[in-house]
Design a protein around this ligand. Structure first.
Ligand code: AMP
Length: 285
């Protein structure tokens, strides 16, 4: 695996490989890699000749009150893990490399960016989309791998691809979870031991909701109330939102059908955590 800091060097290397018709898989991350990230790299490796993993803690996607300065980093460990998982290139650009002195361009995807996550984080998806667009422009034609953990982000990126005709195929990958069902996240490291135990209430609430749906319940309000009641058992958890929406259009789903997605965001200690599941298939726990 080759670590690259300059985007021009990455472009030149990939151009050379494309001459030989190599297919390229791209896995954008903010680093502090865990098994969730590694599952994306491994799948990209299975489906492509060459895998590019990127690590960039993107300041554009953090608001002034968020954790940009404390976001965890371990480049040495990430390098080892990315290499073991099958990455061929690890692109770790500096801020200067990505934006020169300033970035004046912003890509915003209307409607879908201002609901759910976008209510608490109004500038978040424009920040994500702008940097992901730049990575797509650097890497060129590729398949890009994103986790279903960030369900709304996955759909924001899909919409950008459609609207702007990027020659990128988006592949959504299942959520990787800890033994108790908590979705892996770099931000889980913010949790104290006690908060980590309480956090298992998040997957538990999804499982309970799934049990209710399996028993025949199709009223979204009843399912939402059950999830809220389960989350509220923990005094450490502050609910940001619990919503049932159409997983493609993001329209609120009053009745549950096979397109309904259950989406949760909570604050616990210093961490803001999200999770989701298909209402009819349940969480993959
Ligand atoms: P991040 O470093 O948090 O920006 O995540 C980089 C990519 O990894 C995104 O596409 C995430 O959706 C994905 N990802 C993060 N956590 C998980 C997880 N537990 N399971 C699957 N994918 C994940």
């Amino acid at each position: 695996m080759k670590t690259i800091i300059a985007h021009k060097e990455l472009q030149d290397s990939l151009d050379d490989l494309r001459v030989g018709k190599s297919s390229i898989g791209l896995v954008p991350t903010m680093g502090y890699l865990h098994e969730g990230h590694l599952s994306l790299i491994k799948r990209a490796k299975l489906e492509n000749d060459i895998v590019v993993t990127t690590i960039f803690v993107n300041p554009l996607q953090f608001s002034a009150t968020e954790d940009l300065d404390t976001y965890p980093k371990d480049i040495e460990k990430d390098t080892l893990l990315a290499c073991e998982a099958g990455a061929d290139f690890l692109f770790i650009p500096s801020q200067q490399e990505m934006f020169c002195d300033d970035v004046l361009t912003s890509i915003s995807i209307a409607e879908i960016s201002s609901i759910l996550e976008g209510v608490s984080r109004p500038t978040h998806f424009a920040g994500v989309a702008t940097v992901v667009a730049k990575l797509f422009n650097i890497v060129g034609v590729c398949s890009a791998y994103f986790g279903e953990k960030d369900w709304q982000q996955l759909h924001v990126i899909k919409r950008m691809i459609t609207d702007l005709s990027y020659r990128v195929e988006i592949k959504g990958c299942p959520i990787v979870r800890d033994a108790d069902g908590l979705a892996l996240s770099s931000r889980n490291m913010y949790l104290t031991e006690g908060q980590r135990k309480e956090a298992s209430n998040i997957p538990r609430s999804l499982l309970k909701a799934y049990d209710l749906i399996k028993s025949g319940e199709r009223n979204s309000t009843a399912v939402k109330q059950l999830i809220i009641a389960q989350l509220e058992k923990s005094t450490e958890i502050g609910i940001d939102y619990v919503e049932l929406v159409n997983g493609e259009t993001f329209k609120v789903a009053d009745r549950i059908d096979d397109e309904t997605r259950v989406l949760i965001a909570v604050k616990i200690g210093k961490a803001r955590l999200i999770d989701n599941m298909s209402a009819l298939n349940g969480p993959n726990i």
